[in-house]
Ligand binder design. Structure first.
Ligand code: DQA
Length: 143
């Protein structure tokens, strides 16, 4: 079971960036948690962070994974191009957010990705990614 986790723009600043909203864990801490949970579940996870829309699209298009877990950051609310890439590869995708995007500014409620994802996990901090791993495992074992 190959999983690709993509962290979008500004998520490289986690730990320092608005800790009241996004928590105090760094991206490195979160990636460590993801890897440790995934290895316990027998899943092979690769992780990528990018601030660039094009790089995120290239990673999605590469398609060398069975399931995509993606936190598109602010591109969630703007990027038809990322949405089209997710739709084009036709692999299951799970949208993840640390904060609850439905509890914040109005503009964050709109997700272009949700419409092409299996589901959205939002508001559980770093646990959102771990919940996404469970969802990915279940989706892939169902076949
Ligand atoms: C975020 C929510 C987005 O609205 C925001 O632009 C981010 C992070 C989250 O994980 O809560 O960069 O995706």
């Amino acid at each position: 079971m190959k999983i690709l986790v993509i962290h979008g723009p500004n998520l490289n600043l986690l730990g320092k960036r608005e800790p009241g909203v996004y928590g105090t864990l760094s991206l490195r801490d979160i990636n460590r948690r993801i890897q440790s949970e995934a290895s316990g579940m027998g899943m092979d996870v690769s992780v990528k962070q990018s601030n660039s829309e094009g790089e995120i699209i290239d990673a999605i298009q590469k398609g060398d994974y069975d399931c995509l877990i993606i936190n598109p950051g602010a591109y969630t609310h703007t990027s038809i191009a990322i949405r089209d890439a997710v739709s084009a590869v036709a692999k299951p995708a799970i949208e993840v957010h640390l904060s609850n995007i439905h509890k914040r500014e109005e503009f964050r409620r709109r997700s272009y990705i949700a419409e092409v994802a299996q589901g959205q996990i939002t508001g559980f901090g770093a646990d959102s990614y771990l919940l996404a791993l469970i969802a990915a495992k279940n989706i892939l074992s169902r076949g």
